[in-house]
Design a binder for this molecule. Structure first.
Ligand SMILES: NC(=O)c1ccc[n+]([C@@H]2O[C@H](COP(=O)([O-])OP(=O)(O)OC[C@H]3O[C@@H](n4cnc5c(N)ncnc54)[C@H](OP(=O)(O)O)[C@@H]3O)[C@@H](O)[C@H]2O)c1
Length: 326
């Protein structure tokens, strides 16, 4: 019998979905070696992970679906209902008529009847077309928040997405969705870690009962090329030493203690196991004060991550699509 860790769960607002396990395994990796990722998902299931994060943009839906089907065949999970799967709508599909077909395509890749959570990946709309990365700045067009959210709600009504939500949304973008929503977003998945704590956004989401999931909880995969401010933090290293934990565990535990859900990527069995071992110990008040004083630095911006540096934004203002807020 494999060793598995019991993971707490968080009920999402609709009450309709399976509760969200309090840590998710990320699957974004560029460049991707599908066999490595698939082995990692199977190892994660064996260790006790039941929450998996993918996106149409990552190219990992198919391998995640294959790995979870294999986990079912091997009896590592008893049924589809045991796992919580999130996928996301890419920017080129953020047009009302493309929302439902995009989810159907994702479900086909995942070989599933439904996802537990479907997110708008970014508050950025690109002209319809192939998912080219990086995108041309000229291809950014105004986001029809009302029309797109109406179709997200339709995905939920059809039972294809048990919960719906957003990602990389600031309070300004959330205001737009909430003004149009019959079903408010259950989740906002954003960059969040001890070095980018998002206090304003967290307070707003708490007030509106929007659960916050934290991506790049360990500072990401060096997306900026400038090193890793979380894993290299001296403050976190000092706390980790005192607690007999790793820096990664301190960062993940801090996120969990804030009432948020870390979505962490590792394709190493040892680190997957280590990242799961955060539920049976606590940070001290003094640790929390020290972490609250860490200088803040955002890594991911729409301008840098989605778009090529060349060209101009011709139909949108960068300030309307940018995701930096503190
Ligand atoms: N919604 C969005 O726009 C968005 C954006 C970015 C990410 N995400 C999601 O969030 C997930 C996680 O974010 P992320 O991949 O940016 O970054 P992350 O989880 O903060 O960091 C991942 C990096 O940390 C390493 N790592 C993992 N555990 C470790 C440990 N215990 N000690 C030391 N290093 C460790 C991993 O390497 P190894 O694999 O070698 O362990 C990997 O290089 C993604 O996979 C994706 O699912 C969403």
């Amino acid at each position: 019998m494999a060793f598995t860790t019991a993971v707490p769960e968080v009920a999402l607002r609709s009450g309709n979905a399976r509760p969200m396990p309090a840590i998710g395994m990320g699957t974004a990796k560029f460049p991707l070696v599908p066999e490595t990722a698939m082995d990692a998902v199977l190892a994660a299931v064996e260790l006790g992970y039941r929450h998996f994060d993918t996106a149409s943009m990552y190219g990992t839906e198919l391998l995640l679906g294959d790995a979870l089907a294999e986990a079912l065949r091997r009896g590592l999970v008893a049924s589809r209902e045991e796992v919580f799967v999130t996928t996301k709508l890419w920017c080129t599909q953020c047009h009302p008529h493309l929302v439902l077909p995009s989810l159907r395509e994702s479900l086909q890749n995942l070989q599933m009847e439904y996802v537990d959570l479907y997110l708008i990946h970014w508050p950025v709309c690109l002209k319809p077309g192939p998912r080219v990365f990086p995108a041309k700045r000229e291809d950014a067009v105004p986001f029809d928040f009302e029309g797109v959210w109406r179709e997200m709600e339709e995905c939920h009504r059809l039972g294809l997405a048990k919960d719906i939500g957003v990602s990389n949304f600031t309070t300004w973008h959330l205001d737009k969705i909430l003004a149009a929503a019959t079903i408010p977003p259950a989740v906002n998945q954003v960059e969040l870690n001890p070095v980018w704590q998002q206090r304003k956004l967290r307070a707003y989401c708490a007030e509106k009962s929007i659960h916050v999931a934290a991506y790049s909880p360990l500072g990401g995969q060096n997306w900026s090329g400038e090193g890793n401010p979380v894993l290299e933090s001296e403050v976190l290293a000092e706390i980790a030493k005192a607690r007999g934990k790793s820096v990664a565990q301190v960062a993940l535990r801090w996120i969990y203690e804030q009432g948020l859900t870390p979505i962490v990527k590792s394709f190493s069995k040892d680190r997957l196991k280590q990242n799961l071992e955060i539920f049976d110990w606590e940070l001290t008040d003094d640790d929390l004060i020290k972490i609250s004083q860490i200088p803040q630095k955002k890594i991911v911006t729409a301008a840098d991550v989605i778009f090529s540096p060349e060209g101009e934004f011709t139909s949108v203002k960068l300030s309307d699509i940018e995701v930096v807020e503190e």
